[in-house]
Structures are given as C-alpha cells and as structure tokens.
Design a protein around this ligand. Structure first.
Ligand code: NDP
Length: 491
C-alpha cells in the first residue's frame, strides 16, 4: 500500500479500479500544506454506473443468498487485513486529516474490531418467531435494502466508514461509499483490503468526490434505497429533505455542542483529564467533543486555573512527532473558520484564557495548526457557545445549582453527548436522565464501545449506529404468516 504516490488514485466501481482526471481532487496534508496525491472523483455518470454494478451485485445469488457464516468469514478477513495494514492505514489517515499518529493507530485497531464485531453479529443474529396468536405461525424476517449509500466526514474516516460499511455488508447490502473530499484515501485502501478478502465485485464501491457533484448524484439516484450519513447538521438536513421526497430511510449522525459538567464534589484531577481529552483530542474535531464546560461556581476559579495550565502545556506538533498531543486542524479554510469564531467570542466579551492563536515554531508555520483555546466570560447564548466550532476551543460557563445546570445544558439545538463529574451517584443518575443527549458519560468521557448504540437527540441526528441493532439500520423487516390449518393445504 503506497501512501506517497504521485499518480492519480483510481476509484472502485463494480470491482474495477478506474482512473480519470476529470474533476480529480487533491488530497492535501494539513500539517505541511503539501499535496499528498490526486484522487479520481466520481461524476454523475460514474455514480450511475456504480449504482448499476451495486444493484447487480446485491441481487446476485452469490451475495444475497450467501449463508451468514460465509459472509461473516469475509468480514473477519477484512478485519485481519486491516490489522495487517495497520501502519499504512494510520499513516494514510494522518496525512489527510492531521490527527496524531497514535490516535490514528487506535482508530485503525477500532475499525478492525468493528469488522470483527459485525462478523460475529452476522453469524449469530436470528429472526423472530413470536408466540402464535391463532392457528398460524408468524415470523419477522430481515432483508437488506439492496443498494445503500454511506456518506462520511473527514474527522475520523477509519472509524466512521467501518461503522457504516461493516453492518451494511453484514445486513446483506451492496454499499456506495462517498468519503469526504478531504480524506478520500482511507476508504479506497480498505476497499482494496476487502477485495483481497474475497468480497464479491460491486458489493463495495468507493466514489470519492465533492458533496456538490458526487454526493448530490448519489442521494438523488433512484437505485439508492437508503442513505447513512455522518457530517454537519446543515448537510444532514438537506439530505433528509431529499430522502423525504424520495421516501427512503436515512440515518443521520450529525453535529454536537456537548455539555461537560463538573460538580463541586468531583475528583478534579480526573475531571480535568476528561475535559482536556474531551475537547483537545483530535484538535477538537470530534462530534462528541465536550465543547461547553459547565462548572459549579464554588470550584470555578480552581478549575479554570487547572485547565489553563493543562491547555498551555499540551504539545502541539507535527502529528508523527514523538509525544505530539495535538496535530493541525484538518485544513486551512477550516482554521480560518475557527479563528473567526474565536474573534467573534472576543467581540462578544469572552476572555481568552489560553490559546486563541496559532502556535509558534518555524516547523509548524506551513501547517494548519491552532493552539488549544479556553474561553470564559461568555453567556450561554453567545455564538461560540451555541454553534459547533469543531476545533480545539472550550467555552467555560458557571452554574449555581442542578436546575440552573439542566436549563443551561439543554438550552441548545444539539443533543449528542454529555459528561458528568460528581461523587454523588443519585445526582449523577438524576442529571443523566434530565440531559437531552444520546450519550451520557459519568466520571469518564469519550469512552466508546462498538457494542453500545450511538446517536443523537434533537438536531444531532436520527437513528442509532453500532451495537447488535446497528445491522437493523440496514435492513427492512418482513412479516411472514404461515397457516397451520391442514384444511388450507391440498392433501
Ligand atoms: P459535511 O456535512 O460538510 O460533510 C460530510 C459529508 O457529506 C462529506 O462527504 C461531504 O462531501 C458530503 N456532502 C456535503 N454536501 C452534500 C450533499 N449536498 N449531498 C451529499 N453529500 C454531501 O461535514 P464535514 O465533513 O465538515 O464533517 C464535520 C461535521 O461532521 C461536524 O458537524 C461533525 O459534528 C459531524 N460529525 C458527526 C459525527 C456523529 O457521529 N454524530 C461524527 C463525526 C462528525 P465533501 O467531500 O464535499 O465535504
């Protein structure tokens, strides 16, 4: 697997690797500003060809009727292949989205585990035969949609793509993957591994390109029967509008502005570790980033002092530098947006306690780096507190009591994740139940398991990925009734 080639990289349609210069996109290393490679982008006509190939492959006996344990073996071999290519895959993600190498390695291991998990689910998940309510048997069978689309963002392509492709394949579908134009390469590399693992041609097609051309053509194509999307809330809303017109199901994993909460009885050292990882890991480019920190007023000064010291001490460096804790953000335009949001926070009266600028150092000057930033003094209605910044920017707000906290924490359009630090388990339970969020962490943060369903409340999404039921997202149920009355059957 070559991660530094100068040739234009092909896309994968119907088992064929196809290269085209028309509309090809540049993959750029955000740590250096240099072009990694050019990648073929799919036109509307090529999307059409991919849907046709996927439809044929999905309805071919070889895939549709493949016994679950045989399909599971293929998924298991993909998992093995990902593990065997772990270093190249981690490097490939790092040079496209700038995440530090250690985090990329962890995500590669997670992707391999996701394929292994869905191999096990594929082999063991049953259909249902409820107790009879008459002289008949009824059964709930689960069938694939046929061709499903997976549209993914740039922040964690290793993780996001595995979380969609593995269950969609386990469910018996053919998949069209449209990776972010910022990170086209990981999906292509995993597709090559899947081919080597024996996945039939056309079952996984990878169509890099822009949302405006490739993504648009995919979601409007009549052959695409379901769309699984992870990305920004605005894009999710526009995809949902198209799906509503077409009457096809969508799964949407969208943005967040997650409240992270420290009560005055919290173990502060552990809480600060959780808060720092929760917002600065991956340069804050995580949908579950704990970007609004609510601190009980009694411990506010102490928490702010600890946070500022930790933020200033984080090592921002090239993502493959030993000991680097934060790499660049994903691109230069994205950094400009983060800078504009921080300037807006200043204008609205926010006090920048740490960061709020680019790091010093000649070796970082060519990259899209930004310092870990802590802002205090803003109200819950300031733009930087309301909008997702998707960068290393933490807004800290005080609260006086539980009612005040819940009101502030829930006063947001989003509802993805949340975190609570307290020694009082009754309070943790009460607050966990009161928060409008799809995920609550208690005395920990960003702990994730493939076995636990994941998704958001409110404008953070529709549907739940992961877990055993993650497969059901990519299936439709069919009720089959079977009379047990011998009089109804010719002897
Ligand atoms: P975007 O919404 O901009 O893009 C996501 C994907 O959708 C990209 O592949 C993009 O293509 C594509 N796309 C854009 N417009 C369309 C369209 N009209 N039709 C079809 N596809 C389209 O998100 P980002 O890539 O900027 O990712 C950041 C966002 O993702 C954040 O809001 C973050 O919170 C969210 N996210 C949510 C997660 C969750 O699980 N809830 C996890 C991770 C991120 P293109 O290649 O052109 O960008």
């Amino acid at each position: 697997m070559d991660t530094t080639t100068t040739d234009t990289q092909p896309m994968l349609i119907g088992g064929e690797w196809i290269t085209s210069e028309d509309g090809a996109i540049d993959s750029v290393n955000p740590a250096t500003g240099r072009i990694n490679r050019r990648v073929t982008a799919a036109s509307a006509a090529q999307v059409d060809a991919a849907v046709a190939a996927a439809r044929d492959a999905a309805s071919a006996k070889g895939w549709r009727d493949m016994l679950p344990h045989v399909r599971a073996q293929i998924l298991g071999r993909i998992s093995d292949g990902i593990r065997a290519h772990a270093d190249e895959l981690a490097h490939l993600q790092m040079i496209e989205n700038g995440k530090v190498l250690s985090e990329c390695r962890t995500q590669v291991a997670g992707a391999a585990a996701t394929y292994r998990y869905y191999a096990a689910v594929c082999e063991t998940l049953g259909a249902e035969v409820p107790p009879a309510r008459g002289d008949y048997l009824s059964m709930t069978a689960y069938e694939p949609y046929g061709v499903v689309a997976a549209i993914t963002p740039w922040n964690s392509p290793m993780t996001m793509e595995a979380q969609k492709i593995a269950p969609a394949l386990a469910a018996g579908n053919a998949v069209l993957l449209k990776p972010s134009e910022v990170t086209p390469s990981v999906g292509l590399a995993v597709a090559r591994i899947a081919q080597e693992a024996g996945l039939p041609p056309g079952i996984l097609n990878v169509l890099p390109g822009t949302g405006a051309v490739t993504g648009h053509a995919i979601i409007h194509h009549p052959g695409v029967r379901m769309v699984s999307f992870t990305g920004g809330t605005q894009t999710g809303r526009s995809i949902a509008a198209v799906a509503a017109q077409r009457l096809i199901p969508v799964a949407l994993e969208l943005g967040g502005k997650s409240p992270h909460i420290i009560f005055d009885d919290a173990q502060l050292d552990a809480a600060i570790d959780g808060v720092v990882d929760g917002i600065f890991e991956g340069s804050g480019q995580s949908c579950v980033a704990g970007s609004r920190l609510f601190v009980h007023r009694k411990v506010l000064d102490q928490v702010l002092a600890m946070l500022v010291e930790r933020a200033n001490g984080l090592r921002v460096d090239l993502p493959d530098a030993p000991g680097a804790q934060m790499g660049p953000v994903s691109g230069f335009r994205h950094r400009e947006r983060i800078e504009a949001m921080v300037q807006g926070a200043r204008d609205e009266g926010g006090e920048i306690l740490a960061g709020g600028c680019r790091p010093e150092g000649d070796h970082l000057a060519a990259g899209a780096f930004y310092r870990p930033t802590v802002i205090a003094g803003l109200g819950n209605h300031a733009t930087a507190v309301r909008e997702e910044i998707f960068g290393p920017v933490l807004c800290v707000l005080p609260f006086d009591d539980e009612d005040d906290l819940i009101a502030q924490a829930n006063d947001t359009a989003f509802g993805l994740a949340s975190g609570i630090w307290t020694a009082n388990y009754q309070r943790a339970w009460r607050v966990a139940r009161a928060l409008e969020a799809g995920l609550v962490w208690i005395n920990t943060y960003k702990q994730l398991s493939i076995a636990t369903p994941f998704g958001g409340f409110k404008e953070s999404g529709i549907g739940r990925e992961k877990g055993v039921t993650g497969v059901r997202l990519y299936q439709q149920s069919k009720g089959i009734y079977w009379s047990m009355n011998p009089a109804n059957v010719r002897a």
